[in-house]
Write a protein that binds this ligand. Sequence first.
Ligand SMILES: [Zn+2]
Length: 101
Amino acid sequence: MKIPKSKKRYCKFCKKATEHKVSQVKSGSKRGTLKWGSIQRALKRSVPGTGNKNRWGSKPAKPKRTGAKTSKKTNIKYTCSVCKKSTLQKKGIRAKKVEQE
Ligand SMILES: [Zn+2]
């Protein structure tokens, strides 16, 4: 999947369409992927990586299912060239490889 370097997009801070710089968010600076409700559901189901992680007083989490998918969801950041504020894309698109033109 190829993504452009800049794109004209609506800026919710300027309240008009402006030029935006497109950049990828690296996994280190990525925000949590779950909404609050999803975290609560994950805790109830004891999904790996949530809650009391294998410590005393709780049952161990289920083993993690790995290697199920070969692609990753994109996480693209749009930075407005006028106000320099940035927004993240709403939904990631599955892609094996992401290239910036
Ligand atoms: Zn703006």
